[in-house]
Design a protein around this ligand. Structure first.
Ligand SMILES: [Zn+2]
Length: 300
């Protein structure tokens, strides 16, 4: 039982609250440093401009460390991090300039939907952003590492950043996808550590960059359908989630929203395509966009 402050002997230093002890613990300091380091990498790789982007991690049951708003993620120090509860209320610091990101509500939706998610990173990387502003799900079957470490990257259609609606649109996707495009906004990823969540951003954006570079080039192959089983078997052993486990190769291929572009993109079967023919990138992007928007059905 603790005495009220006015009953404490004058030479007694009031003890820290449980939250203060947690917030200043060795474990918290280690995680704060890791968040600052991932923020530095995000900024250096141009994944977040100005004060954009945000990172959080679970510190304890119902307690999260969250990056501050209004600060470049490349120049954070551990003392800027905020302690926030599972309802999105900031607990510490109670005074000072640091207030947690308003986009943390979206992170909370992921933590609620995926109990083993340890961290969430949100950024605005340009290559993934190009797909986000078209609200295009990424093509699949192009790079094995992408299939294993990230898998399908669906689109959560545009909602106002930080609103309960965007949190609600991300929640049903999170159990099946560690990397989710936010329509007309950016990319959000969860991981089993802060670095793992950051890695999903890095892998996804590198993949988008490769796809964008490849789009104007003629004739591309796709991972053969008969080889898909090997990849999924390997992925299942890692414990990573994927909504395509258990599908037949044909079903797996049918889930690729770009599959119908076989002749244009996923294979060199376009009869009109001559060797060395380079389609106009703008024309190709326009055709792809129109086709996908008219045919794409976003699934969980
Ligand atoms: Zn954002």
């Amino acid at each position: 039982m603790s005495l009220p402050p006015n009953h404490l002997p004058s030479n007694t230093v009031p003890s820290l609250s449980a939250d203060e002890s947690l917030f200043h613990s060795e474990k918290a300091l280690e995680l704060k440093r890791e968040i600052c380091e991932m923020g530095r990498r995000m900024w250096l790789r141009q994944y977040c401009e100005a004060n954009g982007g945000n990172i959080s991690c679970r510190l304890a049951k119902d307690r999260f460390l969250v990056t501050p708003t209004g600060v470049s993620k490349g120049f954070m120090t551990p003392d800027m991090l905020c302690l926030v509860d599972g309802k999105g209320t900031q607990i510490l610091p109670t005074t000072g300039p640091w207030h947690h990101s308003t986009e943390f509500l979206t992170h909370l939706a992921i933590y609620d939907a995926v109990p083993h998610a340890a961290s969430v990173c949100h950024a605005h990387p340009c290559h993934a952003g190009a797909f986000a502003i078209k609200q295009l799900e990424l093509p699949t079957r192009l790079i094995p590492e992408m299939e294993i470490f990230v898998g399908r990257v669906p689109v959560a259609l545009y909602e106002t950043p930080g609103s309960p609606m965007i949190a609600a649109s991300v929640a049903p996707l999170a159990p099946h996808h560690q990397s989710i495009l936010l329509g007309l906004h950016g990319l959000i990823c969860w991981g089993t550590s802060v670095e793992d969540a950051y890695f999903k951003i890095e892998i996804t954006d590198a993949y988008c960059r490769t796809v964008l570079l490849a789009m104007p080039l003629p004739g591309m192959a796709a991972i053969p359908s008969e080889k898909i089983g090997d990849l999924m078997e390997r992925k299942q052993k890692t414990g990573l989630p994927d909504s395509r486990f258990g599908l037949t190769p044909a079903e797996f291929c049918a889930m690729n929203p770009w599959e119908y572009l076989k002749g244009d993109f996923l294979g060199s079967t376009n009869a009109n395509q001559k060797p060395g023919f380079l389609p106009d990138p703008e024309d190709l992007a326009d055709r792809i966009t129109k086709k996908i928007i008219s045919q794409l059905k976003i699934t969980k």
